[in-house]
Ligand binder design. Structure first.
Ligand SMILES: *Cc1c(COP(=O)(O)O)cnc(C)c1O
Length: 356
């Protein structure tokens, strides 16, 4: 049966990306070796890293003076690398979800942390407004898309201090004004590649300003100087990221990804609002994520939750169970998820409604 993959991460990838990776894993560019058994310093691997970095910069229109890094450790490792490299005395953090909260907790190991705003009072189902950013903080940390709760900041924030953003689950879903940030990072496994590689965009001149000693592997400068090759990088995931970047470019770039994301989100949120069985968890349309669309059963149909999950699963829907902290359902509609995939989910919701 055809599967419709709405997994939150690792998540759906374009078929041609997986085909290219599979081919490279059998025979890398006719070399007679698998990409898995080659040196990362092989002459024919260096172009993979170079091209991935160049395309990354091209697609996001990254200005001069920024480096793009491919590291290990996941976005979670960045929760400590960011304060290690940027927090001298005090940092400001927005608490908009579980990942944001984890980043905030980690920063406390390095200095004073101000929680600028929080939406924890309502299970993170909205984005706070009307907060004040302390002008004397070294940076403001934000999470642009809250993967678990389905809220998303759709525009680049204007802040009086340097901004650091976790863009794990919305990178390459819209154009970003990178000049407004000193650092953007994320795990690749949501919208860029298979699991195993972490991307970091960092402003070179913002580094070297903290007085503490930084362990070599946790110092961004190590990886800038080493060209993401200081130690053995995750070669296959980087190759996978390169294939996705090529696919994004071929499909029309981040503007086209944004257009598609808006169309998919409009279709699914529209159905959630129309269908008597369901309600969205994020009430304010402005705060709703285009990447992770969360909904629950309407109160009078609460008992049908397990039945709908079963019904949808039998129709090939994968990964729509909501995160355990929210319940209900979450359909992740990353770049590789097509409008047809979302149409299939909508048809499934309509069929279920007609039975009740
Ligand atoms: C998935 C996710 C993370 C954690 O990523 P890892 O690579 O597993 O460490 C952090 N932040 C956000 C916004 C995420 O969606």
């Amino acid at each position: 049966m055809k599967k419709y993959n709405f997994n939150a991460g690792p998540s759906k990838l374009p078929a041609e990306v997986m085909e290219a990776v599979s081919n490279a894993c059998m025979d890398f560019e006719g070399s007679g070796l698998s990409l898995m058994e080659m040196s990362h310093r092989a002459k024919n691997f260096q172009p993979v890293v170079d091209e991935a970095i160049a395309l990354f910069k091209e697609l996001l229109n990254i200005p001069e003076g920024y480096s793009v890094l491919f590291l290990g450790g996941g976005a979670s490792m960045q929760f400590c690398m960011v304060p290690y490299n940027f927090l001298e005395k005090k940092a400001a953090y927005m608490n908009t979800g579980v990942w944001a909260k984890k980043a905030l907790a980690e920063a406390k190991l390095f200095g004073e942390v101000v929680e600028v705003a929080s939406s924890a009072d309502k299970t993170y189902n909205y984005l706070p407004t009307g907060y004040e950013i302390p002008a004397d903080a070294d940076y403001l940390h934000i999470t642009t898309n809250n993967t678990i709760y389905g809220t998303e900041l759709h525009e680049d924030l204007d802040a009086p201090i340097p901004v650091v953003a976790d863009m794990s689950s919305d990178i390459f879903s819209r154009p970003v004004d990178v000049s407004k940030y000193v650092c953007i990072y994320g795990g690749a496994q949501k919208n860029l590649a298979m699991a195993g590689v972490t991307f970091v965009i960092v402003k070179d001149e913002a580094l070297g300003k903290v007085s503490r000693q930084i362990p070599t592997m946790l110092d961004y400068r190590t990886h800038i100087n080493g060209g993401s090759m200081f130690n053995t990088p995750p070669t296959v995931p980087i190759y996978c990221a390169l294939q996705t970047l090529k696919w994004i470019k071929k499909e029309g770039g981040v503007e086209e990804m944004q257009r598609r994301a808006e169309a998919k989100a409009a279709l699914l949120y529209g159905e959630i609002e129309r269908n008597k069985l369901f309600v969205p968890t994020v009430a304010n349309p402005k705060d709703r994520s285009y990447m992770n669309i969360c909904f629950v059963m309407a109160p009078e149909y609460k008992d049908l939750e397990a039945e709908f999950l079963d019904f949808a699963t039998k129709q090939g829907m994968v990964g729509i169970k909501g995160h355990r902290s929210v319940g209900g359902f979450r359909a992740s509609t990353y770049n590789a998820v097509t409008l047809e995939d979302v149409q299939a989910l909508v048809a499934c919701m309509q069929e279920f409604e007609s039975k009740h």
